[in-house]
Design a protein around this ligand. Structure first.
Ligand SMILES: [Zn+2]
Length: 98
């Protein structure tokens, strides 16, 4: 009896979590399923999920590819990356710097 209501609530959370995950640069379907499986917690996790686009970046000294700050190796040329003295602004922060 309560099953139908639960499913519609879970579906609502699933879609909400999916949309939030997608906005943050992650997978819609991954957060859709997480939020559907654990409705309230899943959506909260999606909201709190640290966006990939907010990560600081740095440039590979060998090939110039822009990598994430936490990358230990350049994904293009495999150069071992030291922790940089100066990080590039994150993708979300960069446009506001001008
Ligand atoms: Zn490189």
């Amino acid at each position: 009896m309560a099953g139908g209501a639960y499913i519609s609530i879970a579906l609502g959370f699933a879609i909400g979590g999916g949309v939030v995950g997608r906005i943050k640069g992650s997978s819609f379907w991954m957060w859709f399923f997480i939020s559907g499986a654990v409705p309230v917690l899943g959506l909260l996790a999606a909201v709190c999920y640290r966006s990939e686009r907010d990560e600081l970046r740095r440039q590979c000294p060998t090939c110039g590819r822009v990598c994430k700050l936490y990358d230990a190796l350049c994904v293009r040329c495999g150069t071992e990356l030291e922790f940089p003295e100066r990080a590039l602004a994150s993708e979300t922060a960069a446009p506001t710097l001008r």
